[in-house]
Design a binder for this molecule. Sequence first.
Ligand SMILES: [Zn+2]
Length: 465
Amino acid sequence: MKKLITGLLLASSFLASAAQTEFTPKQLKQVEQLKENISKSNLSFNILESLTTEIGPRLPGSKNDALAVAWAQAKFKELGFDKVWIEKATFPKWQRFSESGKILTPSEQPLHLTALGNSVSTPKEGITAAVVLFETLDELIAAPKDSLKGKIAYINYKMNRHIDGNGYGPAVKARSNGAVEAAKKGAIAYMMRSVSTAHHRFAHTGGSHYQAGVKKIPNVTIANPDADQIARLVALNKNVTVNINVQTKNYGEGTSYNVIGQFNGSENPEQYVLIGGHLDSWDLGTGALDDGAGVALTMAAAKHISDIKRPKRSIRVVLFAAEELGLWGAKAYFKQHETELDKIVAAAESDFGADVVYGFESNVNAASLPVVRAIAKQLASLNVQYIGKNSAKGGPDLIPLKNTTNAPIFELHQDGTDYFDYHHTADDTLDKVNPDKLRQNTASYAVFALMAADAKTTIKAKPTQ
Ligand SMILES: [Zn+2]
């Protein structure tokens, strides 16, 4: 027991000394001041309110998307960022015009549906056909060739609720590839249960794609209660026919812009901490949770840091374009900056709603871990726990970065228990955001970004194998 206690004492004094060598007492005081200032500020909520009220939905390539790009540049300037600029991104532009659905047999009933992004239109009168139910995408893939001729393929897969959103990945496979697999079997349309944990009657949209050489068929999701209804009817051995009607348009290549704001570092301004979110959203709601919150809280975090000091390295806020249609802004950003990715000393994206941050995780080399632990120590008073696995994945817009190089990626894990109740629906609106929780997110990002930018040691990625 005595040995253990001595060991613990040694370990904690080692941690304390690591924090001291990375940060002076003055710097640690500044971190305290930063937390104090944010606890009394409504800045992130005010930014979010402005974006979701004055612009609203921001589908890539839409008029609102262009308005959002102008809004973001003006907001960065208003907040006093040293440098504000835009970088072009292109993507396949798509728009939804109208959508409706009905169950026709065994009795007529409304069907709440929405087109998935990229879906082609039905004929003007819609498509009326019998529904063939599969529980999973694999089950559909295993169906005999031509067995769905003239039918609507339907996947009934239910995603599970979890704090880290781990039900999303397995469920989203049916959204990405369902229409392609259904068309291969001869189906004339594809329908799926929403990728959702909700009980409300909204359908959840999302990205989908077609495959060259496979017929493009209309591609829709239905609300969870409607999915339950269809499943019950099929279980009763009823011949279930539905009419689905979606009117959409694919325009070919569209253009938007990543909007970037930077506070320059005082010693090594070319090195920077990258934080941000994506500026675009789906067209159904106002994109408050996805991802207005990430935009607002990272803009506010940087501004709060600048009120305290200019850390050694720069703080760069990147608002990525066209994430929802396939990470197009992020692909453009990391391509354009391909030769200087080693200037990124830490990267974190907030794109998981606005519930509290509960965990802090790094993905860095061993020499950077004392800095990470010192940051974790300062996050503890915000109820953020240190997750010591050192294998953070980061937000979706960091995927193109990880695909290019090993980068020092961080994750401020948010509670996503309720995120998929609202995700990609008409119900993703400002009232779902709790100002206190958004403040806690803002403070967590600000503490992380300030300390990563101001540490004695420059944080580095794990060495490439
Ligand atoms: Zn998002």
